[in-house]
Design a protein around this ligand. Structure first.
Ligand code: 5RP
Length: 274
């Protein structure tokens, strides 16, 4: 049984009444730099905050771009050390002390593990260190299963291995990617799973399908970034994703909601012509 503090922090991010969560991922800059539409994080993040159950960011962006008065639980990215300038992204270590995570009053911390990569052991041991510290102070740890270079295919065989390793070491939540036969990944992982969206998909419906299928097959939610804030209509997008995660909306219902949001905002902007 998790400690009261750890359970309380988890329940800020994963709604205990539904057991589901829409986490908003805005931590890409830690290795990608000012990626498209996240050049000025505050501008991107602020309108989305009312619809996010948690916000994934790094320490620097939290301090500079997130208002401490906003009522959103923070999932703090605490791994890094590599960048897109390098061939091998797996060379990560822990970048934030547990003391600082506590001082920042975050609700959880996250780090990537790179199973099958040249730094597999280093990242798995970082996870185990964080879990030890997290258990001591009541801080949930999310492991993010980044796909190793050698194992580029996002398949259920690889992802079920990576997610299970994370759970065995003691991660409290795992973030992974949706894949064919995702049920196999869920089945082998005894802790809650959320899915990342990955690079922006062709259409909004593709993103709704990803979220819908992941939830149907057992994920407790999403930790989604680019498919929300790289869309022309990020607020409509996060509202539609919310409807899938929290209200069990179908892909069609989410698409209709998205379209309705666009119509409503056009009417507000242009009351005469709309
Ligand atoms: C960055 C991350 C992201 O948080 C994760 O990939 C989710 O964002 P997206 O939906 O854009 O993939 O871990 O390294």
């Amino acid at each position: 049984m998790a400690s009261w503090g750890l359970q309380n922090r988890l329940s800020r991010m994963i709604d205990p009444s539904t057991g589901t969560s829409v986490m908003l991922a805005c931590d890409h800059g830690y290795f990608m730099g000012p990626t498209q539409k996240l050049e000025q994080p505050r501008k991107t993040i602020e309108p989305l905050i009312p619809f996010a159950d948690a916000l994934s960011v790094t320490r620097g962006i939290l301090r500079q771009c997130v208002d401490p008065n906003w009522k959103v639980p923070i999932l703090l990215r605490v791994s890094g050390g590599a960048s897109i300038m390098k061939e091998d992204l797996s060379d990560e270590e822990i970048t934030v002390s547990m003391d600082d995570a506590l001082r920042l009053n975050v609700s959880g911390i996250s780090l990537s593990i790179f199973v099958g990569s040249s730094h597999e052991k280093q990242t798995l041991l970082s996870l185990s260190r964080l879990v030890d510290q997290g258990e001591r102070v009541g801080m949930p740890v999310m492991a993010i299963t980044a796909v190793g270079k050698e194992l580029e295919k996002r398949d259920s065989r690889y992802l079920s291995l990576a997610c299970r390793l994370a759970a065995e070491i003691g991660a409290h939540v795992v973030k992974t990617y949706y894949c064919e036969d995702f049920g196999r990944v869920v089945n082998g992982c005894p802790v809650p799973l959320v899915v990342a969206g990955g690079p922006k998909l062709k259409t909004e419906t593709d993103a709704f399908e990803l979220a819908f299928s992941a939830l149907r097959e057992g994920a407790v939610g999403v930790d989604m970034g680019r498919n929300i804030w790289q869309n022309e209509h990020p607020v409509a997008m996060i509202k539609a994703i919310r409807s899938i995660v929290h209200d069990k909306a179908t892909v069609k219902e989410a698409t209709d909601l998205f379209q309705q949001e666009l119509t409503d905002s056009e009417r507000l902007r242009n009351p005469i012509t709309a």
